[in-house]
Design a protein around this ligand. Sequence first.
Ligand SMILES: Cc1cc2nc3c(=O)[nH]c(=O)nc-3n(C[C@H](O)[C@H](O)[C@H](O)COP(=O)(O)OP(=O)(O)OC[C@H]3O[C@@H](n4cnc5c(N)ncnc54)[C@H](O)[C@@H]3O)c2cc1C
Length: 466
Amino acid sequence: MLSRRFFATAVKEVTHVSDVVIVGGGPAGLTMAAAIKSSHILKDLQCTLVESSDMCRSLQDYCDDPPERILNRCVSITPATVEHMKQLAAWKFVRPDRIQNYDYIRTYDGLTNASMDFDSPNLATMIENSNIQSSLYQRILELNSEQPLNQLVLKDNTKVTGITRDSKTNWPIVKLSNGDTIKTRLLIGCDGGRSPVRKFAGIESRGWAYNTWGIVGTLKYKNTGFRSPTGWQRFLPTGPLAQLPLPDSWLSIVWSVPPELAMILMSLSDKSFISILNAASRLSQDELNYLYKIARDEPEKLQDEVNWRLQVFNNKLTADQEEKYPLEVDYIVPKSRGRFPLKLSHADDYVDERIALVGDAAHTTHPLAGQGLNMGQADIQSLVKTLETARERGLDYGTKFALEPYFSTRYPANHVMLGVVDKIHKIYSAKFPPLVWARSLGVNVLNNLPLLKDLIVGQVSHRKMP
Ligand SMILES: Cc1cc2nc3c(=O)[nH]c(=O)nc-3n(C[C@H](O)[C@H](O)[C@H](O)COP(=O)(O)OP(=O)(O)OC[C@H]3O[C@@H](n4cnc5c(N)ncnc54)[C@H](O)[C@@H]3O)c2cc1C
């Protein structure tokens, strides 16, 4: 928690003034910066981006990484997000050897096996967060060289340590860890779920923790046979296990589990973790519960326990049934396992006088539908349009009045998405037999209604349907 003192720090002397200050160099902050500097209506604004991490060096290093070192923070992005990055001329800098398009996703119920398949050309693209950030960073460098008089100022390794307001103009004054202070007409918080900018503005954020951790990792299938790249999601009562395709039989996982199970899974050796992951994509919940106990109490026995159970299970499968499960995983990149707490949160407002919130600073969601970053991209498109309109009309773009259309456009859309994802999470967490039966019946019916499924795909991928 940030103390009140964070915001109350007295500013002796303002060292810089900037039309716009963006806090955060994550996917949202870098996209926001590239979008402002690409807009013929906004590009002359003096714009500064502040990021606490060693961003520029790590994004530069990313470009020279060997192809096999795919990082563990990957996201599934929609065609709308790809299109946005193309419009910003950032997509040309994406490393193509480290992305994977996929047309097909299969979801199946861990208790009943009821399944739903989504099949649509270019359904989504898997990409590392760093690939997104690095491409935007390179685009910003390109824009800076094209527009030497309108360069974006990038301040990485620099933390925002305090925010206050100018007593005369009411403009935000941002205090930085290097001792500088910047007064700004518009402060944009792209500073993630714990957003200091949101706290400074006193904007309430509502929601709840899912009491769940998302375990991520980069792994490799034993062989991919002739299968086309497919996304898999098994809804277990402990939380969904998603296996998403990367190039050359690599895959990225997000396995959502309660904290106690997360501790066990994180403590396993790489080989034992692979065993239990393969078990979790096929075996029954009763068997998994038993295996989780073995993993906790006698981890040295886990691989043998899993192997014979999987052998029994696999021997019963016909070739057709085999296709309904992901292939066996046999390698994990050492140290690629990581875990993240999962939370639903939604800010009551996205704007205040001279403040706008974007991306995770405004909302966070469960990753089961792969929407968080995509929602942030849609926020940016809306905020840029709002700023452009304000400027064209000769308004002061930093006022709450001018910023209001951004909030009124994005809040309802995000609210619906957050609600839908939360409901899916709740429905699939249920173990009560009548509910499990009802959800499986619903899924089976829905799976046979292609038009309705196309509609869902269209909504989730933000595509206009024919
Ligand atoms: C396990 C998992 C899987 C996910 N999968 C998907 C997916 O498949 N598809 C999808 O669309 N989304 C997915 N998401 C969500 C997605 O990762 C986030 O929505 C997205 O990364 C948020 O980007 P952001 O730029 O808003 O925030 P962040 O990435 O959190 O960036 C915030 C930045 O602000 C900086 N910052 C914070 N405070 C300060 C300060 N005081 N001073 C300076 N800098 C500061 C931080 O250093 C950071 O770089 C997933 C999330 C998780 C946890």
